[in-house]
Design a binder for this molecule. Structure first.
Ligand SMILES: [Zn+2]
Ligand SMILES: [Zn+2]
Ligand SMILES: [Zn+2]
Length: 299
């Protein structure tokens, strides 16, 4: 990780220097994107480490949700960078682009992109060989930066070869829009995760697994099925009703089987909890959400 850290620190500085020398909005876009990317990668890495901490007294569900904060933070930063790029590009379009030393700036951007391409390719290879998802993801981030630089070089070359300097802010506009979209996606992911938005296909998978379970135990009914996603882990709970007079030992054995059935159907790490009830139980709590086979439900 040491080379990638050193390059990661140097790259925004090199690109920023290229921007100051040229005044090119395209180079500004490339520089801002790599600054924001580096911050995002650092924060994501910290968040990932934090998320692996086991549950403790005041985080009894563990720390997985911090990865949503990191996605939201990175998305917010990217969004800010995009707005700054769009603002600058529009301002330059109105006042007329003032750029100089474009050849020098293009060469520096191309060199930075080439270094990133080699480093990114190397990290992806190492990450795959060592089965380290973090290293591989870092490599892919750096490769994305290299592609951004390649796009910037194309824009700069087009502006230089045609002499239409207005191409510089125009390319920056396209960059800004692209980066804004990237930020929006990250923020959206964070909001969905923090709001416990359930994936309808997963809800359906869990529901169908309980329906399937009823083929073997037709005397059961299920209701109030709930799903929550927290990073990699799913939290599922549901109520199950047994015929009156079922011994608790038998009921618990069957309920545990149903829990395992749901966990298998979801196919990912899950905590499944069931609440056992007799067919005729007093109305102690709200049972109205997400019925399973509501029509056949015993009351
Ligand atoms: Zn209930
Ligand atoms: Zn149990
Ligand atoms: Zn109950």
């Amino acid at each position: 990780m040491n080379i990638s850290l050193a390059v990661g620190m140097a790259m925004p500085a090199i690109k920023w220097y290229a921007y100051v020398r040229t005044g090119s909005t395209v180079i500004l876009s490339d520089a801002l994107e790599s600054v924001v990317h580096q911050l995002g990668v650092a924060f994501a890495w910290l968040a990932l480490r934090w998320s692996h901490r086991p549950p403790d007294e005041n985080h009894t569900y563990g720390h997985d949700k911090i990865t949503y904060f990191s996605a939201g933070f990175e998305g917010g930063l990217i969004g800010l960078a995009a707005l700054l790029i769009l603002y600058t590009a529009i301002e330059r379009l109105i006042t007329g682009p003032q750029v100089e030393h474009l050849g020098f700036g293009t060469a520096l951007t191309a060199a930075a992109g080439a270094i990133n391409a080699v480093l990114g390719w190397y990290l992806v290879r190492v990450g795959k060989a060592e089965h380290s998802l973090v290293v591989e993801a870092n490599g892919r981030h750096i490769l994305t930066d290299a592609w951004t630089s390649a796009g910037a070089v194309i824009g700069l070359l087009a502006a230089m070869l045609t002499g239409w300097l207005v191409l510089d802010p125009l390319f920056a506009l396209a960059f800004g829009a692209h980066i804004l979209l990237e930020g929006y996606r990250l923020v959206r992911r964070a909001v969905l995760g923090l709001m416990d938005t359930a994936d309808p296909t997963l809800v359906e998978q869990a529901r169908q697994s309980l329906e399937g379970f009823r083929q073997r135990y037709p005397m059961l009914t299920f209701h109030r099925l709930r799903l929550r996603e927290s990073g990699q882990r799913m939290y599922v709970d549901f109520h199950v009703q047994f015929p009156d007079g079922t011994p608790i030992e038998e009921a618990h054995r069957i309920a545990s089987e149903a829990e395992q059935c749901v966990a298998r159907a979801l196919g990912r790490p899950s905590d499944v909890t069931s609440h056992l009830e007799s067919a005729h139980h007093p109305e102690g709590h709200d049972d109205t959400t997400l019925m399973v086979s509501a029509s056949e439900r015993a009351r």
